[in-house]
Design a protein around this ligand. Structure first.
Ligand code: PMP
Length: 394
């Protein structure tokens, strides 16, 4: 029977990583995989995580199971971090999940339990895992226009026009900040208009927030999702700790279900627990516990916020340097969008052929849709990328 399995398509980013490793050239730049890197190319363990791990080793007395929804200190801490005081805590059911991906997957499961005929709307483009998970689950999906290839900014008119077709009971998936893969984001007034539209349609907003603190700051990055939860009767929010706490392999994330009426929160909570139970039982605890320790301790939290802010401003500086270098080389401002984009990614607007040429001729590796990981650059490689872009005619 297992002989009947069909080969799955290879992951494009992992294939790119392989190619990069095998490239013998001395000068080569990896802008593919989506992990934060220092200018030296290292993905560091954040200082506060190291300190919390040391403390945890001292005080942890058991590795017995947590609750099905994980540690309430974690889910409560994350609720406050992401949602602030935008919604009363008693309207929010929350469960720890294996990373943000786990939260996304559980959210789709929950939506389908609530409405077996649900259609999930995703931005075109979106993080490829959104679409592949929906396909894997057999959940119907529709796309709304999002990115304007000509300006490399959000095509908000196209988005609003496509969302006119949203039906009651559909789910509309939004990126909370730092859109992956484009780097182009909704402004707060645009979030407000989307919220109004979804309320008019009777659709459920789902916000995936995987890069809080990587764009304009922890609170600014959460402004959109906070507006949604305070203005829409119900919402799903999937948050990841992988990037902003740098704990990718620990798999820490949270799914929150915001209920219209607090009396219904226990049912939502029970459903989240149930879905965890069916899929993996208890969620991983180590990363989640480190996060809850950091969020609950003033000194650890301040140190974490300071390091996160350094990471954020470092990426912003790289954006500005790249935009400036391109301005100098082309004498035009048409790459100004790179400094406007936020987060770890930018879609540069290069064709597949240009992406291939930049890799083959210049040793610069990026995803085929011309998404770059800005954190893969440093001040020495910014000019290399700029020159390659101009050379291949982007
Ligand atoms: N959503 C988006 C849009 C992402 O880019 C990512 C990370 N690549 C995630 C969710 C979840 O990441 P993880 O499962 O590693 O926490």
């Amino acid at each position: 029977m297992l002989n009947d399995l069909k080969a799955q398509p290879k992951d494009k980013i992992l294939m790119l990583m392989e190619m990069f490793k095998e490239d013998p050239r001395e000068v080569k730049v990896d802008l593919g995989v989506g992990v934060y890197k220092t200018p030296e190319g290292v993905t560091p363990i954040m200082r506060a995580i190291k300190t919390a791990e040391k403390q945890l080793w001292e005080v942890e007395t058991t590795k017995s199971y947590t609750g099905l929804a994980g540690d309430p200190g974690f889910t409560g801490g994350m609720r406050d971090l992401v949602l602030g005081d935008a919604v009363p805590a008693d309207r929010v059911a929350a469960a720890a999940t294996p990373g943000g991906t786990g939260a996304v997957r559980q959210a789709f499961d929950l939506a389908r339990m609530a409405n077996p005929d649900v259609t999930v709307w995703v931005s075109q483009p979106t993080w490829p895992n959104h679409t592949s998970i929906l396909k894997h689950m057999g959940v119907p999906m529709r796309e709304y226009r999002y990115f304007d290839d000509a300006t490399c900014a959000v095509d908000f008119d196209g988005m609003m026009s496509d969302l006119q077709d949203v039906a009651k009971g559909d789910v509309v998936l939004l990126h909370g900040c730092c859109h992956n893969p484009t780097g182009a984001n909704l402004t707060l007034p645009e979030f407000q208009r989307v919220a109004e539209l979804l309320n008019d349609k009777g659709a459920l907003p789902m916000v995936d927030i995987a890069y809080q603190g990587f764009g304009d700051g922890l609170d600014a990055d959460a402004a959109g999702v906070r507006h949604i939860v305070s203005n829409c009767p119900e919402a799903l929010v999937a948050a990841s700790c992988s990037k902003n706490f740098g704990i990718y392999r620990e798999r820490a994330g949270v799914l929150m279900a915001v209920q219209e009426d607090a009396s219904k929160t226990p049912v939502a909570q029970g459903t989240l627990n149930h879905i965890n139970r069916q899929n993996f039982s208890f969620p991983p605890d180590h990363g989640a516990r480190l996060v809850s320790m950091i969020l609950a301790d003033d000194a650890l939290r301040a140190d974490w916020m300071a390091e996160l802010e350094d990471m954020r401003t470092g990426m912003l500086t790289l954006r500005e340097q790249l935009a400036e270098e391109l301005r100098r080389l082309t004498g035009s401002d048409r790459f100004g969008f790179i400094a406007q984009h936020r987060g770890m990614f930018s879609r540069l607007g290069a064709t597949t052929a240009q992406v291939d040429e930049m890799r083959e001729k210049h040793g610069i590796y990026m995803v085929g849709d011309s998404r770059i990981n800005v954190a893969g650059l440093n001040k020495d490689t910014v000019p290399l990328l700029a020159r390659a872009m101009v050379d291949v005619g982007v």
